[in-house]
Design a protein around this ligand. Structure first.
Ligand code: G3P
Ligand code: CA
Length: 320
């Protein structure tokens, strides 16, 4: 097997959020490939499990919105409690990989291009890793992979834990190491703390509003607001390489930058914000629908990277 390509990260990472998801159905090999062609440094697969324990790339385990499962397996529709909420639909953990492979991806958002619906498969994590490696070699550069464990406590509770399989896949790819072009991210805390003792791969604590889904289930889980204090950031730095905050925690919708980047850097944490999207509805009002201005403002804020659905637009704005 060829030697793995290792991390050579630029100062400001462009991370293709679910691939080039502004242009192709999210989490497909075609979406990831287009993002790399547009200049992405990393591609981002969100990971869930099939019934037979294979990690596949989907934003959530309910796949009614992003595949044609409703027409192919109408009888699998059901209601479950996931992370404390009732969810009705079709779930990856109720399909084998062979069944999942009969599905085709669909565009999630009504205002995006749906002309690719029905064409692309749901990829496995191993396929995403192989794609990144081959795309990188073909271009003479490193293409990294930035997997997110989705609903890890839920999947553990149904006997399909994600983490060991994630690490096994990275090991097979030669990327279960500190200098791999890989970041593992999670909105939960306990699985990252456990991963800290299981792998040297860099870990990213995602931060949003409210509380991590494992708060109240696992011991000593802070709220996200707790994490943003200096003590909280110091605690995160004990297990994580960086944080992935929702972008408005760095630059609010209609005002200037907060102190979060400075505070996180003081705690020794990198900062990768999500998610930059060029459609006006997602752009901060202070930028008056000028996406390039918003992208440049995030770079000027000192963040170390951005997740984006529109890699081409970010690259065009910050690497002219
Ligand atoms: O992982 C960064 C960002 O993707 C988090 O949000 O919901 O798009 O996975 P989500
Ligand atoms: Ca994600």
């Amino acid at each position: 097997m060829a030697q793995p390509l290792l991390a050579s990260d630029p100062d400001f990472l462009v991370i293709a959020h679910r691939g080039a998801s502004g242009y192709r159905p999210e989490h497909t090999l075609e979406a990831y490939t287009l993002a790399v062609e547009m200049g992405a440094d990393y591609i981002e697969p969100d990971l869930v499990s099939t019934r037979d324990g294979v990690l596949v790339a989907r934003h959530e385990n309910e796949i009614g919105e992003t595949t044609d499962v409703a027409t192919r397996f109408p009888d699998r529709k059901t209601t479950k409690v996931v992370d404390g909420s009732n969810v009705t639909g079709w779930f990856t953990e109720d399909l084998t990989l062979a069944e999942l492979r009969t599905l085709r991806a669909r565009e999630r958002l009504a205002f995006r291009d749906s002309s690719y619906n029905g064409q692309f498969l749901v990829p496995t994590f191993d396929e995403v890793l192989a794609l990144a490696d081959s795309l990188g070699r073909a271009r003479g550069r490193v293409v990294g992979v930035y997997p997110e464990t989705k609903h890890p406590t839920y999947f553990r509770s149904i006997g399909l834990p994600l983490e060991d399989k994630l690490l096994a896949s990275l090991t097979r790819a030669g990327w279960n190491r500190a200098d791999a072009p890989v970041f593992i991210q999670s909105f939960e805390v306990a699985n990252l703390r456990r991963l800290k003792s299981q792998t040297d791969v860099r870990l990213i604590q995602l931060i949003a509003a409210g509380s991590p889904p494992d708060r109240g289930i696992e011991a000593d889980i802070p709220t996200y607001e707790d994490m943003l204090t200096s003590d909280g950031l110091r605690d995160v730095a004990a297990y994580a390489y960086g944080i992935g905050p929702e972008k408005r925690l760095v630059i609010p919708m209609d005002s200037g930058a907060t102190t979060l980047v400075r505070d996180a850097h003081s705690a020794g944490l990198k900062v990768h914000v999500w998610t930059l999207r060029k459609e006006p509805v997602f752009i901060g009002s202070r930028f008056k629908a000028d996406f390039a201005a918003e992208a440049r403002a995030f770079k000027a804020s000192g963040v170390d990277g951005v997740f984006t659905d529109h890699t081409d637009a970010v690259v065009g704005a910050v690497r002219p």
